[in-house]
Design a protein around this ligand. Structure first.
Ligand code: TYM
Length: 331
């Protein structure tokens, strides 16, 4: 069976983009793939994290994944720092990747901003750690949102250069899985900006721990335009907020954008927003109940992660040993 790897950062609360763009797809792919899901705490520390918050956040993300339906018996869920393979392979890949390749990464440019000289070296080499995550399991498929596409292309380049330089056919060519209507959920305050944990405005995102009131309020306040809702995709042009809200509706109700256009086209935003809020609450509430139950037993969550880490080591350590041999390191 083909293997999936995917990861999510424990930096603050997860949002609807994470859920619809990634987590929900992971859960659905569990029937057809062997899955390894990782809370990537080593990635998180490429920017400053408060240690107490990091620990909490790591547990909370694990709880969110389990509550959303990740099957930790059938598949693997762990936090990255418990499996040393990732850091060691990332070092080796540091020596395969070219500076020029990393210089082209748009996410680094966005995250480092104007303060590039003061960014951590880890933030710059972040994509190599991500490639290590994927390649350490000889992963074949990686389900992610649109924003990770460039990193996956880099992973393919790294794998191919490794195979070529050493004259081996070792790493498979990784296929991204970026599908559905929710591959890029936008901010509720600005339809041209991605919904993101780092947006300073809380109202820009719905988080997986928001109360029903907060969800309804944020959707009520979501930016729109003075026109009625579009009834045709062509009318999305120049109306990114309308498109985003209709896409979110389609994703939450698991139907096509066309169906949403038929249902709401020509109507006012106010009734649509009420329906959208109800739908978001109905989707998130059961997950939130389960998250609360899990968070009340932190030891049990930690035990799941430890067990997952052991199984992740069992798969990745022999693969890393082969890589060490290919490099020519003495045993
Ligand atoms: P992260 O933690 O930023 O996001 C986790 C997942 O959520 C998706 N996502 C979105 N999807 C749709 N709309 C949005 N607004 C949105 N925001 C986030 C992301 O695409 C991602 O799938 N570098 C990765 C974590 C990572 C990883 C990996 C992923 C580390 N190693 C190996 C895959 C394979 C990241 O920062 O994701």
């Amino acid at each position: 069976m083909n293997r999936i790897f995917s990861g999510i950062q424990p930096t603050g609360n997860l949002h609807l983009g994470n859920y619809l763009g990634a987590i929900r797809n992971w859960v659905r792919l569990q029937d057809t793939y062997n899955c390894v899901f990782c809370v990537v705490d080593l990635h998180a520390v490429t920017v400053w994290q408060d240690p107490v918050e990091l620990r909490n956040s790591t547990r909370e993300v694990a709880a969110a994944l389990i509550a959303s339906g990740v099957d930790v018996k059938q598949h693997i869920l762990f936090n990255q720092s418990q499996v040393p393979t990732h850091a060691e392979l990332a070092w080796l890949l540091n020596c395969v990747t070219r500076m020029g390749w990393l210089n082209r990464m748009t996410q680094f440019k966005e995250k480092a901003g104007k303060n590039r000289e003061n960014a951590s070296v880890g933030l710059f080499s972040y994509p190599n750690l991500m490639a290590a995550d994927i390649l350490a399991y000889k992963t074949t498929h990686v389900p992610v949102g649109e924003d990770q596409k460039q990193h996956l292309e880099l992973t393919r380049d790294i794998a191919q250069k490794f195979n070529h330089d050493f004259g081996v056919d070792f790493f498979p060519v990784v296929e991204p899985i970026i599908t559905g209507v929710a591959t890029r959920i936008m901010s509720l305050r600005d339809g041209t900006a991605k919904m993101s944990k780092s947006d300073p405005s809380e109202n820009s995102r719905i988080t997986m721990v928001d109360s029903a009131e907060d969800i309804a309020r944020k959707i009520r306040k979501a930016k729109t335009d003075p026109l009625d809702l579009p009834s045709d995709k062509a009318e999305f042009s120049g109306r990114p907020e309308a498109e985003n809200l209709m896409r979110i509706y389609a994703a939450l109700s698991d139907c096509s954008v066309d169906k949403v256009l038929i249902k709401f086209g020509g109507q006012q935003f106010s009734t649509f927003k009420q329906d959208l809020a109800d739908l978001a609450v109905a989707t998130l509430a059961p997950i939130q109940d389960e998250m609360r139950r899990l968070m009340a037993e932190p030891d049990a969550v930690d035990a799941v992660l430890r067990d997952g880490a052991q199984r992740a080591r069992d798969i990745s350590e022999p693969i890393l040993q082969e890589i060490r041999d290919i490099f020519g390191f003495l045993r």
